[in-house]
Design a protein around this ligand. Structure first.
Ligand code: NIG
Ligand code: FE
Length: 381
């Protein structure tokens, strides 16, 4: 079906030339005032100013929508979520109010381990239904592409179960979905003193099946003190690379973990979180093709300092914004909230935040050829 949208107050990020944005370029957001947009079967066919409508579209289609007073933007590209989970962790929310830190909650069996127990007990169908509802919810708030991680399974069976749920979501949803294997999210209790034992399970038992069933696009590791070291991160990601999975890494959330430098060395698509950065980590990222994905709602819900967005942008790092939607540290998949926080708390300009949540987010999922800007041939959502 062909649909023409007319009288659009502002058509945002409309451009025929796009690239990964860094430095001053992040603040350049092409807009067309009083615009039209022509869409056929969810693909953008044409757009321009209303002054050009008659010459560009002499024969109007039957389906015309008047968008007087309204803005149209490309859909949000949320490049970091954990939206397959069995239950939220509001009990830990109270622990946090009482003063426990993320690491202290994790050390007493809460956090990721708590979510893993619940995912292990849930059926594939239950997990699918819950995740489906969350996809519908984020789609209503403007998200058109989303990356989803495993990582609450932590056994061969439960990690594969999560990835199969994501595969089914990909097949059934109209959203564009990328899948990330995060078996290395934390050490299961039985491997607390035997890290190499769990790493071997990831490499020898999980990765071969994941590759065979094509269950993931990326590999992720929580590179953090008390979780996986930079060396362990490299070992796991290099094994993933052998199976065709590119790294996207949880780095520098709670400490200077070496995760940023490890990610750059591995040519990771992105290093995500970055609450805790020093000059060496910033310079290493600035001089690489790796994208720094900032997750302001994770900092907010954990009452942590926000990511140093200004410093990262001004140093030339390519950054994107994402929700980190998960049952504990970021129980929200709302990209609008992420953008508001990026502006209010991290001093990003609105133009920078919108670019970071659209075109740069699309690059952080390698879908920039079909999403992230209003461009002829790209998807409407
Ligand atoms: O990105 N930091 C590690 N992983 C997730 C949190 C997972 C959880 O707390 O359940 C994150 O914030
Ligand atoms: Fe995360």
């Amino acid at each position: 079906m062909t649909t023409l949208i007319i009288n659009i107050k502002q058509l945002v990020n409309a451009t025929e030339s796009y690239s990964l944005l860094r430095g001053d370029a992040l603040a350049i957001l092409p807009v067309i005032n009083n615009a039209f947009l022509l869409v056929e079967d969810a693909i953008i066919i044409d757009y321009g100013s209303m002054d050009e409508l008659k010459s560009k579209i002499p024969l109007l289609p039957q389906n015309v929508i008047d968008a007087t007073g309204q803005f149209i933007l490309p859909a949000w590209c949320d490049s970091h979520t954990h939206l397959v989970f069995a239950a939220t962790r509001e009990d830990e929310f109270v622990d946090k109010i009482k003063g426990l830190t993320y690491s202290e909650i994790a050390a007493k069996g809460g956090g990721i381990l708590n979510s893993a127990k619940k995912v292990q007990a849930a059926s594939e169908d239950e997990l699918f239904q819950l995740a489906w509802m969350r996809l519908e919810e984020i789609s209503k708030s403007g998200t058109g592409a989303v990356e989803i991680k495993s990582g609450y399974g932590l056994t061969v069976e439960a990690e594969l179960k999560m990835l199969r749920v994501i595969k089914k979501l990909k097949e059934k949803s109209s959203l564009t979905i990328k899948s990330t294997f995060l078996g290395a999210h934390t050490y299961p209790l039985q491997y607390k003193e035997n890290h190499q034992g769990y790493i071997d399970e990831i490499i020898k038992e999980m990765l071969p099946v994941i590759a065979q069933e094509k269950l993931a696009d990326y590999i992720d590791v929580f590179c953090e003190e008390g979780f996986f070291s930079a060396e362990e991160t490299e070992q796991i990601c290099n094994a993933g690379i052998q199976y065709g999975l590119k790294p996207k890494i949880h780095a520098n959330q709670l400490n200077l973990s070496g995760g940023v430098q490890a990610g750059v060395k591995l040519n990771a698509v992105s290093v995500d979180h970055l609450e805790t950065m020093d000059e060496a980590a910033i310079q290493s990222l600035a001089q690489s093709n790796t994208i720094g994905t900032l997750l302001p709602t994770a900092a907010f819900f954990l009452r942590m300092p926000f990511q140093p967005a200004r410093q990262l942008i001004d140093s030339g790092c390519a950054i994107s914004l994402a929700t980190d939607y998960n049952p504990g540290s970021s129980p929200s998949g709302n990209m609008n909230l992420v953008i508001a926080m990026a502006c209010i708390q991290m001093k990003m300009l609105p133009e920078e935040a919108i670019n970071a949540a659209t075109i740069n987010g699309a690059y952080a999922m390698e879908v920039a050829d079909s999403l992230g800007t209003i461009t002829i041939g790209k998807k409407q959502i």
